[in-house]
Design a protein around this ligand. Structure first.
Ligand SMILES: [Zn+2]
Length: 443
């Protein structure tokens, strides 16, 4: 494997040299970084549920500055997301495709449709001497990160996934939420096997972190690290707690830690809750969590700018909500600056008799609410969804579903090896292309 890497390296260097002599401009002379391989590091960023509609709406929402993926001209390809048994995938099958290069059935993590165990890009990176890490804003055992480090028939087997993740020697870093899944019932957790996986981690040589302060003070010592920053999922970025790190802070610390070795690293970073915003049809949740995700992408791109052997790939695992872009002068995503709470939090604050509905709406939004609009909200089956629907209308968002949809998703790539992502790709191609960029194979 090592020899193969060196061979690719020579070919890559020769190719770049050739381009430089024929054009007279070397890649670094014009300030851009080489988009051909080989790469030593891969940073794989997954905004769960993010499709082209999110990308367009987010551009309108930001108004004054381009999203980093547009500023850096990272758009590379469109990606088909269907699973083995459905046109519309869930995050388990999609995560498995992105981690292993194989289609599987919805709900399944890390196994093929016949139950066969599939190696992941993370496994192959580790076998080739690279450090590896997984970062998420959901519980770390949620479908997308789980697909890189666990094998289960059913994505809901969270405590089993936690156990497998801790016993998986190929994973060096885990940052996310989900502390209760690592602790026994007797210690405030939900494990019924009486195991304390936090103690187990510490005994196995992991550094254990639980708060933002601990993360900030940690200097990256040790070979392994487990950071569980919330009992369940982290808060949505709009509600970020002072003791929880942001996705960008976790990403920054992860890169610092993983880049200590000469051999390079593989890091997966998930913006987990963009998908949850889509399920809620909540435009403020979708845009603010995309904003937090973009901050993590900026960290990755900054690293690639100073480490030219780094490939950054960003792609959603599927669309959520079938968002449509209805932006107009009267109803525009920038008007989300008049909304100060997520729909779910507003709905929760309203009493059962709706006595304080008007107060909540007036306190949390700067919009006018007519009697008719408030009557509609009171009659709705779900107040949360009705509030989100009304705010969507006032801010230029449409939705076609409370679930995932089958629309293709855009892929953005940057840095070493980015040029090999183009055209219409299948989601199973992506980990293979990333490995190829590293001069490796095996999926
Ligand atoms: Zn979802």
């Amino acid at each position: 494997m090592k020899k193969q890497f060196i061979t690719y390296g020579l070919v890559g260097a020769m190719t770049i040299g050739l381009i430089a002599t024929t054009t007279g401009v070397s890649a670094s002379d014009d300030g851009s970084i080489p988009s051909h391989g080989p790469a030593k590091n891969v940073i794989f960023l997954i905004p769960d549920g993010f499709s082209q509609s999110y990308a367009s709406s987010y551009r309108f929402y930001k108004e004054d500055a381009l999203p980093i993926w547009e500023e850096k001209e990272m758009f590379a390809a469109m990606v088909k997301t269907g699973s083995n048994n459905a046109a519309i995938t869930d995050s388990a099958a999609a995560g498995t495709a992105l981690a292993t290069g194989h289609k599987t059935d919805n709900g399944v993590i890390g196994l093929g449709p016949d139950g066969e165990s599939l190696p992941t890009i993370l496994d192959i990176a580790k076998e080739n001497g690279k450090r590896t890490g997984l970062v998420a804003t959901s519980t770390i055992t949620h479908a997308t990160p789980a697909a890189f480090a666990a094998k289960v028939e059913s994505r809901g087997s969270y405590t089993e996934i936690a156990k497998q993740m801790m016993e998986n020697e190929n994973v060096d870093l885990l940052f996310g939420g989900g502390r209760t899944e690592f602790l026994p019932e007797s210690e405030g957790g939900i494990r019924d096997d009486d195991r304390n996986l936090v103690t187990y981690a510490e005994e196995s040589g992991y550094t254990y972190l639980e708060t933002r302060r601990q993360l900030m003070q940690w200097e990256g010592e040790g070979d392994k690290v487990l950071g569980l920053f919330a009992e369940e999922a982290l808060e949505p970025s709009l509600n970020q707690r002072t003791d929880e790190p942001s996705l960008a802070e976790m990403t920054n610390s992860a890169i610092d830690f993983l880049s200590k070795d000469e051999e390079g690293f593989f890091l997966m970073v998930e913006g987990s809750q963009i998908d949850w915003a889509g399920h809620d049809n909540d435009p403020l949740y979708a845009m603010t969590d995309t904003e937090a995700f973009e901050e993590a992408v900026k960290i990755a791109v900054d690293y690639a700018d100073t480490h030219e052997d780094t490939l950054v790939v960003m792609v959603g695992d599927h669309d959520t909500g079938g968002m449509a872009v209805h932006a107009s002068e009267e109803a525009h995503p920038t008007m989300l600056n008049q909304v100060h709470a997520l729909g779910k939090d507003m709905a929760e604050a309203v009493t059962h008799d709706y006595a304080n509905l008007e107060d909540v709406l007036k306190e949390k939004t700067a919009f006018e609410w007519t009697e008719e609009e408030m009557d509609d909200l009171k009659e709705a089956e779900s107040l949360k969804l009705a509030i989100n629907g009304a705010i969507s209308e006032k801010t230029g968002f449409g939705w076609s579903s409370y679930d995932h949809t089958g629309i293709d998703v855009p892929l953005f790539a940057y840095g070493a090896g980015a040029a090999s992502f183009n055209g219409t790709m299948d989601n199973t191609d992506i980990p293979k292309k990333m490995l190829e960029a590293l001069g490796l194979s095996g999926l």
